[in-house]
Design a protein around this ligand. Structure first.
Ligand SMILES: [Fe+2]
Length: 335
């Protein structure tokens, strides 16, 4: 029997690795984005500003505020890294999303469990880095190692999760071989960021679980993500590996439009393991980067029957424009 001994959740967005005085490099894209998703609406930048101007978000976007938020993010990322070193799990089941890094329009599974021997985080060649826009370069460097790095996949656990999913009538996709992917860049940012920043490039065997949170038309509903998480938890506990397993939620919370109120609602539901509130949340609320909150919901489901308790270490709203674009950063443990 394996034991789920620990869980952690961490955002992985660009502002975590972009110095506070460079956040405007990411804001430029917000101004040009005609489809900024906020709650159940879709807005241009100007429309979004109009909608939210009574919230006086200019104050949230001042340099000293940005810097304070950036520092808080680093503090929590360091704390999660230290804690993981202390816990030393044998395996990490990492729940993230694929953003057309492995999959593309040819096939886009709702839930994927990877059960090959390893994944590769491919380096980005220095000449390619040189040509990148500076704002993108910070992010790529945070997610991608200086040289190709192999992350071993835990032997047998992925297969056990797939078997349990089929038993529970959740028709999960099994991936035995890493797809070459449209960008050929290896495992995506949801794994790359965590393995670089929180594992400090010292890989622990993992099971990559990839949800399609981003792309229509087949995003699973939040209740289904929670149930899939419960299946993952059940599979781990029944697995005859004798290992100490950690669950990781990678990504979220609201972005690229920050919605503190909604983030708090989802955090509260997860703190209370309130499956009903989670399942009642309409799918339309989970769009764009905000959809990655489903990775957290699945992780909550995975620890639901373990007795581990969620603790929110910090929630850090990071605004990069007065219209409220940016990221709601979340950092949590289940102990
Ligand atoms: Fe992401």
């Amino acid at each position: 029997m394996a034991n789920i001994v620990y869980g952690f959740g961490a955002s992985h967005g660009p502002l975590l690795s972009t110095p506070a005085d460079k956040w405007d490099l990411r804001a430029d894209a917000d101004h040009e984005n005609p489809e900024l998703a906020f709650r159940d609406g879709t807005y241009t930048y100007d429309q979004l500003y109009e909608l939210r101007k009574s919230n006086y978000l200019e104050g949230q976007n001042m340099m000293e505020v940005r810097q304070e938020r950036y520092d808080r993010n680093q503090k929590q990322l360091d704390a999660l890294a230290d804690k993981l070193e202390e816990v030393k799990p044998d395996i990490i089941v990492l729940i993230g999303d694929d953003q057309h890094e492995w999959f593309d329009d040819s096939v886009q599974p709702a839930f994927t469990v990877f059960c090959g021997p390893k994944v590769v985080n491919k380096a980005v060649m220095p000449e390619r880095l040189k040509d990148m826009q500076a704002g993108i370069r910070y992010t790529v460097t945070a997610n991608k190692p200086p040289e190709n790095q192999d992350y071993p996949v835990a032997d047998g656990l992925a297969e056990a999760i797939i078997a349990q999913a089929m038993e529970d009538e959740i028709d999960v996709t099994a991936s035995m071989e890493a797809p070459s992917g449209p960008k050929g860049s290896g495992i995506g940012h949801a794994v790359g960021f965590i393995y670089r920043r929180i594992l400090r490039d010292k890989p622990i065997p993992l099971v990559p679980v990839l949800l399609n949170t981003f792309y229509p038309p087949n995003q699973a509903k939040p209740g289904r993500c929670y149930d899939f998480g419960r299946t993952i938890g059940r599979a781990i506990r029944a697995w005859d590996g004798g290992k100490r397993v950690a669950i990781c939620a990678s990504g979220g919370l609201s972005h690229f439009v920050v919605d503190e109120e909604w983030d708090q609602k989802m955090i509260d539901a997860m703190l209370k393991q309130d499956a009903e509130t989670i399942a009642a949340e309409p799918n339309i609320m989970f769009r764009s980067g905000t959809s990655e909150t489903k990775n957290w919901i699945a992780a909550s489901g995975a620890v639901a029957e373990t007795g581990l308790e969620m603790k929110m270490l910090d929630y850090v709203p990071c605004y990069r424009t007065p219209a409220g674009t940016g990221s709601g950063m979340g950092f949590a443990t289940w102990t």
